[in-house]
Design a protein around this ligand. Structure first.
Ligand code: PXL
Length: 244
């Protein structure tokens, strides 16, 4: 089983492609990583971004998919509408099943996108995705709808252009899962910690790994919520990673 992440590089290893590859390995699938941008950052501070050209990203994707049979991929930091368009084209060309993490703002406040990319995500990528995994702020940007309550999250989830999970880290631990317009609420206890850097990246890559291992979509999501929850509890994210 081979899966692929198309995302940015966080050199501190907590988020982005490096984190995705670790999650793939931990769950037991082989991971490939396509780099869309380099960043200079650590869990406390974001310094800068160096995007890769869409032409070169295309060459990276072709070089892997020319030799590997891949069904499931995830996308993370895509940086610009041009990169989003390119990725959408490649999903169609290779008939890929894509889990889209609609990365827009870093917890550390960094420059993960060139401009507001919600329009491009809605227009080009989400209609081709099998799932998207926004947090509350990202779901608000995708839908232009403010989320304050569980009912708001359910309404927003029905406005999103593909199956989705709106993660509940900023909504009392209430995760809203919408598959074929059927809503499942999965509440998780919130863990008091500062160490959450990369949890979004890890959730979407875990979902891809569980899908590749033959799990259905809802089961893959539920297993991945548990996987990330255990990781947070064990201090696997952000600064405490150093204890590993
Ligand atoms: O979690 C969002 C994210 C995605 N991709 C990269 C990141 C971050 C957050 O810092 O650095 C490369």
């Amino acid at each position: 089983m081979i899966v692929m992440s198309i995302a940015g590089v966080d050199p501190s290893g907590g988020a982005g492609v490096f984190a995705d590859l670790k999650t793939f390995q931990a769950i037991g699938v082989y991971g490939c990583g396509i780099v869309t941008a380099l960043t200079a950052q650590n869990p406390f501070k974001f310094f800068s971004t160096q995007p890769i050209s869409p032409e070169y990203i295309e060459e990276e994707i072709d070089s892997v998919l020319d030799s590997y049979e891949i069904e499931f991929i995830k996308t993370g930091m895509l940086y610009s509408p041009d990169i989003i368009k390119l990725v959408s084209k490649k999903i169609k060309e290779y008939d890929l099943k894509a889990v889209v993490d609609p990365v827009m703002v870093a917890t550390s406040g960094g420059d993960l996108t060139k401009e507001d990319i919600a329009i491009a995500l809605n227009k080009y990528l989400l209609p081709k995705a099998i799932l998207t995994t926004p947090n509350i702020a990202e779901a608000e940007k995708l839908t232009n709808f403010e989320i304050k309550t569980k009912e708001d999250a359910i309404k927003a989830s029905k406005k999103i252009k593909c199956d989705n999970i709106i993660t509940g880290g900023h909504l009392d631990g209430i995760n809203t899962i919408n598959i074929d317009n059927n809503i499942t609420i999965k509440k998780q206890e919130l863990i008091k910690t500062e160490n959450l850097h990369g949890t979004g990246c890890n959730l979407s890559s875990a979902i891809v790994a569980y899908l590749a291992k033959g799990n259905e979509l809802e089961n893959s999501i539920l297993k991945s919520l548990d996987y990330v929850y255990e990781g947070i509890k064990n201090g696997n994210y952000g600064t405490l990673i150093a204890k590993l």
